[in-house]
Design a binder for this molecule. Structure first.
Ligand SMILES: C[S@@+](CC[C@H](N)C(=O)[O-])C[C@H]1O[C@@H](n2cnc3c(N)ncnc32)[C@H](O)[C@@H]1O
Length: 284
């Protein structure tokens, strides 16, 4: 029976996180504490948090820290990254856009992995798609296949909603799914519109080998299990399963219990709420 895991988060929202912000919680604290902290968006400017972030990614990808630091600097210096951050704080202040640290973790993983085929479910404005496509562009190889529901015009004038999402996504007037993705990154991108339950099986069949899957669509227990089950057999050994809001229920843990995989590493620190983006690798 799936359970929600969010109980402790609201309780500690005041005191513990305040301590963390003031520097009283060390970066080597156990993962379950560390991932509760949101020092977003500026935590990467703080040396100790940055070192921890880089070390985790080095362990996850098998690359040395210097290389990961290079990728991090490259990602943060990219005009596309900075423009996206401005948009997410301004006109695109939608609920659901991937936070900068999660996006950078995905960016760096893709730079390190050099994947040929990446699939994501859940595009909304296209924050995660932009991070992925930027990394693929810098790699000079690879394509992204994304799946989302078609946006539709809601009764309230000027706002487009995505139905079926766990929350309502508000788009600025006249914008459509993926509108944040810059035009020059779109040549490596194919967006398919429809429920993942209908679109994903055919897509995976067509692609055969998959290097990285990112789940950020409907986070219901059933849908997560369905998507992970659908992509697993096509995911190559050493390939990555990643997702946002991985700890909202036990779907990920329950699925992973039955397959051979590396550690599940959580990345995004979301103030007072459950941790966000997590990664694991398929083992042979
Ligand atoms: C949290 S948002 C995605 C955020 C996005 N990854 C980003 O970084 O901005 C969730 C998205 O999942 C889509 N979605 C919800 N249910 C879906 C389904 N069954 N199949 C495909 N997409 C779905 C919604 O339309 C919404 O755009």
């Amino acid at each position: 029976m799936p359970t929600r895991l969010s109980l402790p988060y609201r309780i500690i929202e005041g005191g513990f996180l305040d301590c963390a912000r003031r520097g009283l919680v060390p970066p080597w604290a156990p993962d379950r504490f560390w991932r509760l902290l949101e020092v977003e968006p500026d935590f990467l400017k703080q040396t100790r948090w940055r070192k921890h972030f880089v070390s985790k990614l080095a362990r996850l990808t098998g690359h040395d820290r210097e290389k990961i630091e290079d990728y991090l600097q490259e990602g943060m210096a990219a005009p596309e990254f900075n423009r996206l951050r401005e948009q997410l704080q301004g006109e695109a202040a939608i609920h659901g856009g991937l936070e900068a640290s999660c996006g950078l973790a995905i960016y760096i993983t893709i730079r390190a992995l050099q994947p040929k085929v990446v699939v994501e479910t859940g595009v909304a404005g296209g924050a995660s798609s932009t991070y992925i496509l930027l990394a693929l562009a810098h790699n000079g190889v690879g394509r992204l296949y994304s799946v989302d529901l078609p946006a539709y015009q809601a009764p309230r004038e000027g706002i487009v909603f995505s139905p079926g999402s766990s929350k309502v996504i508000e788009f600025p007037r006249g914008k459509d799914v993926g509108w944040l993705v810059p035009g020059h990154l779109r040549s490596r991108w194919r967006l398919s519109l429809g429920p993942s339950r209908e679109v994903l099986p055919g897509l995976i069949h067509e692609l055969e080998d998959l290097d990285l899957f990112f789940h950020d669509s409907d986070h219901s227990y059933e849908n997560i299990r369905f998507e992970l089950q659908t992509v697993w057999s096509s995911l190559r050994t050493g390939g990555f399963l990643t997702g946002d809001n991985v700890y909202w229920n036990t779907a990920w843990q329950d699925f992973l219990r039955g397959v051979s995989h590396g550690p599940l590493v959580g990345f995004c620190m979301d103030l007072g709420r459950a941790p966000r983006t997590a990664f694991t690798r398929k083992r042979g």
